[in-house]
Design a protein around this ligand. Structure first.
Ligand code: SIN
Length: 271
């Protein structure tokens, strides 16, 4: 893909690019918008530097890619329900996203993408790692691809959110999705199970399900599928949840890392 208005610097061969030549605090031109759509399709996660988004510009940027979803597990800000805070400091007992996951796969319609802007970052550490589920799928053996084709798995929000919010009386979502998902824009196949939400494969014994999921969770940890993002204040990461997983590294306790995220609504993964 060629880019005329954006500066696009790929960070690895398989996933991730840093994008320049755009000010996300301002409305985008049609050309910028269409090149950003191309960039997220080409690189799966794109990063921006020096973008001091306020809630309004953050929401406006998110809406370029679709409706914004209200997070089904974490309460949004009072005045901006589509915006959630991502925060950890010296009082934190856990941080959101510490295990490999794609956002909210417990939802019947999981989100297309998520856009995170951090305003406060630790002196060192606090990186986010992203894994390409296309690369992970491509590296499966033909026999494993054939085995997984057409299979489905259960994604459960309860065991993710109940421990984080023990005082909240609420039923969290559980959904069933295909294990191999075809991306609606690129047509590429990717692995769509993750160690945070996915609990079992439908229609096989628990032993078989545990063994296969365990294999896939280990497989996606291969660094050949990864890009690791080092945050600076006002960096932005925009990832496509349909073809990536991510993990927030909590190696900076007791320092503070803080910012806000919006979630772009998605489509039902085709069965
Ligand atoms: C998340 O949205 O899963 C958190 C990512 C991060 O804090 O880097």
């Amino acid at each position: 893909m060629s880019y005329d208005v954006l500066e696009v610097k790929p960070l690895t061969l398989r996933i991730g690019a840093e994008i320049g030549g755009v000010d996300l605090t301002k409305p985008l031109s049609n050309r910028q918008t269409s090149e950003l759509r191309d960039a997220i399709a080409d690189y799966q996660v794109i990063f921006f530097r020096d973008q001091p988004l306020d809630h309004e510009s953050h929401i406006r940027f998110g809406r370029v890619f679709g409706d914004l979803a209200i997070h089904s597990g974490v309460a949004g800000l009072e005045d901006y329900p589509e915006v959630i805070q991502i925060h950890a400091d010296h009082t934190s007992k856990n941080v959101p996203g510490e295990n490999w996951h794609s956002d909210l796969t417990c939802d019947p319609i999981p989100p297309m993408g998520s856009i995170l802007c951090l305003h406060t970052v630790p002196e060192v550490g606090g990186d986010t790692m992203f894994a390409s589920m296309y690369a992970a799928y491509d590296a499966l053996s033909p026999k494993m691809k054939a085995y997984l084709e057409g299979m489905q798995a259960v994604h459960d929000g309860d065991h993710v959110y109940r421990p984080l919010f023990p005082d909240v009386d609420k039923k969290y979502n559980t959904s069933i999705h295909p294990i191999i998902r075809t991306h609606p824009v690129t047509g590429k196949k990717g692995i769509f199970v993750n160690s945070s939400y996915t609990t079992e494969i439908v229609g096989v014994s628990k032993d078989e399900s545990d063994a296969v999921l365990g294999y896939l969770y280990k497989h996606v940890m291969n660094p050949n599928f990864h890009v690791r993002f080092r945050w600076r204040p006002h960096s932005v990461a925009f990832w496509d949840n349909r073809c990536t997983q991510h993990l927030a590294v909590w190696d900076y306790f007791p320092q503070t890392r803080s910012g806000y995220r919006v979630t772009v609504a998605g489509d039902k993964p085709p069965a």
